[in-house]
Design a binder for this molecule. Structure first.
Ligand SMILES: *[C@@H]1O[C@H](CO)[C@@H](O)[C@H](O)[C@H]1NC(C)=O
Ligand SMILES: *[C@@H]1O[C@H](CO)[C@@H](O)[C@H](O)[C@H]1NC(C)=O
Ligand SMILES: *[C@@H]1O[C@H](CO)[C@@H](O)[C@H](O)[C@H]1NC(C)=O
Ligand SMILES: *[C@@H]1O[C@H](CO)[C@@H](O)[C@H](O)[C@H]1NC(C)=O
Ligand SMILES: *[C@@H]1O[C@H](CO)[C@@H](O)[C@H](O)[C@H]1NC(C)=O
Ligand SMILES: *[C@@H]1O[C@H](CO)[C@@H](O)[C@H](O)[C@H]1NC(C)=O
Ligand SMILES: *[C@@H]1O[C@H](CO)[C@@H](O)[C@H](O)[C@H]1NC(C)=O
Length: 465
């Protein structure tokens, strides 16, 4: 009797494992961004991706070197049509066919291309004249793939949370009015018909850091033991911010009549460093968030989210490397699990199999409360002189009297050095423009400092937080 009972159970569980790991393994993948001038070559990067035990890899183009380096590996691959050619893919079937012929066909099936993303956060990062081309481009690419006999590749597009106009409580989740009818509805119809996924970029870090007094950090880091949020509409109880954000999208899809489309986390992560005026970007929080995320999605039986208990959440963690050429605030350049030299920023195992006790201790977080005091914006050391001269001239043409003190005879003219003049100009520029969104970056030529660079009668303008 006992034998008879055991065998069907075994068969059942083996079947289940085969199906779930072949179709959508819960083990996270990794985003392999390449906006750095100091990153290892593709072949080495692929070895590093394997060493992190990533299940999949997502790239932001269809780089032939990378797709070649991924040949004959077991890594499932997501490639991307750049935003700039969405119009062409949408309006020109030949163009779409050519794109697939040049970027997919030469590598398929030895490179396990499984996802083809059309654009990146198109609604958030392109002008609205591109939006109407998004879904037609997705349809065209799918048709082109079929015409080459490639049916295993799911076509989608990653959305950021700003496609929603309401997200709290999650059951209020709704797409923005300007896009719900014309873009999201046909997109959901396409995703549903082709059994694809709604690809979503979810960053509890940004939600928390924009409102750290009202949102609890532990809740954002999957660490909350006591704080929960109850959705008054459904009675569902949330124990972390990530679930809350994902379910808001689920309810928005349901509102448009598509409650069954699977969500694929196209990006999530937490920065390991940032600017002085940015809160909570540190190694401790990054390790905590990403380890807890891995634990959440790999736990058996599958947890899912409160609105979709038990649903597998396939995912990509952002990102493989710190990328020194990403523009914007400091956190943008510090999402990596690895430094560019391949060393881990902190221990992590994307298979979820290494017990926490085997990870090395983390440095204590030092910026979990807002920085209070003055900050200056100075020239970074060791940068390109020609570029620094242009940035200095640019800063001086902005604002009011920005560079008067560094002109001959001015209080800050001496020392007459490029470094000091640029530092003054950057501080003066930032002090005037920070409130209206100006950053202390200048393509990596500038950096924030809490140490007053003023000397003698030369006082550098500062930003006060
Ligand atoms: C990958 O495997 C195929 C078939 O086994 C083989 O023909 C090819 O040379 C391999 N390619 C690389 C880059 O290893
Ligand atoms: C896309 O279409 C536009 C308008 O027809 C054209 O100017 C542009 O060169 C095309 N882009 C590519 C990559 O072919
Ligand atoms: C469509 O794309 C093809 C392939 O890139 C190109 O040769 C052709 O000129 C395009 N047609 C139009 C009308 O832009
Ligand atoms: C696109 O944006 C412009 C200006 O931002 C606006 O005037 C126009 O109405 C928008 N068009 C659509 C179709 O939303
Ligand atoms: C790699 O880079 C990090 C950050 O710059 C540095 O701390 C570490 O010592 C480097 N490791 C090696 C092996 O060079
Ligand atoms: C320095 O910057 C200038 C202008 O931005 C650029 O043309 C030049 O290639 C750069 N030099 C190096 C060594 O990167
Ligand atoms: C420059 O001065 C004008 C007139 O006083 C003022 O309206 C403007 O806001 C100033 N610009 C900056 C960047 O402070």
């Amino acid at each position: 009797m006992a034998m008879l009972l055991v065998i069907p159970l075994l068969v059942y569980s083996m079947l289940f494992i085969t199906i779930s790991s072949a179709v959508f393994s819960p083990q996270p993948g990794i985003c392999y961004g390449q906006l750095g001038n100091n990153l290892p070559p593709p072949r080495k990067s692929v070895e590093l991706i394997k060493s992190l035990k990533a299940k999949r890899v997502k790239i932001y183009d269809a780089s032939p070197e990378i797709l070649h380096a991924l040949r004959n590996t077991t890594l499932q691959v997501s490639i991307m049509v750049p935003n700039e050619i969405i119009f062409n893919v949408s309006t020109n079937k030949t163009f779409s066919d050519e794109w697939v012929r040049n970027n997919v066909v030469p590598f398929y099936p030895h490179t396990l291309i499984r996802y083809l993303l059309v654009g990146n956060e198109v609604i958030s990062s392109t002008k609205n004249d591109t939006w109407q081309h998004l879904v037609p481009a997705m349809r065209n690419v799918k048709r082109s793939l079929r015409s080459f006999g490639i049916n295993k590749v799911k076509v989608g597009t990653p959305s950021a949370m700003d496609v929603l106009e309401a997200s709290f409580p999650p059951s209020n989740g709704a797409f923005r009015k300007d896009i719900a009818g014309p873009i999201m509805k046909p997109m959901l119809q396409f995703l549903d018909r082709t059994k694809s996924f709604f690809f979503l970029d979810v960053y509890p870090f940004f939600a928390w850091s924009s409102d750290p007094t009202d949102i609890n950090l532990q809740y954002a880091l999957f660490e909350s033991k006591t704080i929960t949020v109850t959705d008054s509409g459904t009675g569902l109880v949330y124990t972390n911010l990530f679930d809350q954000m994902v379910d808001a999208v689920y309810f928005a899809m349901k509102r448009l009549g598509y409650p069954n489309i699977r969500i694929f986390i196209a990006e999530t992560g937490w920065p390991n460093n940032g600017d002085i005026d940015q809160i909570g970007a540190n190694i401790y929080n990054a390790a905590t968030y990403n380890r807890n995320f891995v634990k959440k999605v790999t736990t058996k039986p599958t947890v899912g989210t409160p609105a979709r208990p038990g649903w597998i959440l396939p995912s990509f963690i952002f990102s493989l490397f710190n990328e020194n050429q990403k523009p914007g605030v400091g956190t943008e350049r510090h999402f990596g699990l690895l430094y560019p030299n391949g060393t881990k920023v902190y221990d992590i195992d994307l298979s979820g199999k290494t017990p926490e006790s085997e990870f090395r201790a983390l440095p204590a977080p030092e910026n979990n409360t807002p920085y209070k005091g003055k900050i200056w914006c100075v020239a970074a050391r060791g940068t390109n002189k020609t570029a620094l001269v242009s940035a200095l001239s640019y800063a001086c043409t902005q604002g009011n009297n920005t560079c008067d003190p560094i002109r001959p005879g001015g209080r800050c003219f001496k020392p007459d050095s490029l470094y000091w003049h640029a530092s003054y100009a950057f501080s003066s520029y930032w002090a005037q423009f920070m409130k209206s969104g100006g950053t202390c970056y200048f393509d990596g030529l500038a950096t924030q400092t809490a140490k007053d660079p003023s000397y003698g009668s030369c006082k550098f303008p500062s930003v006060t937080l």
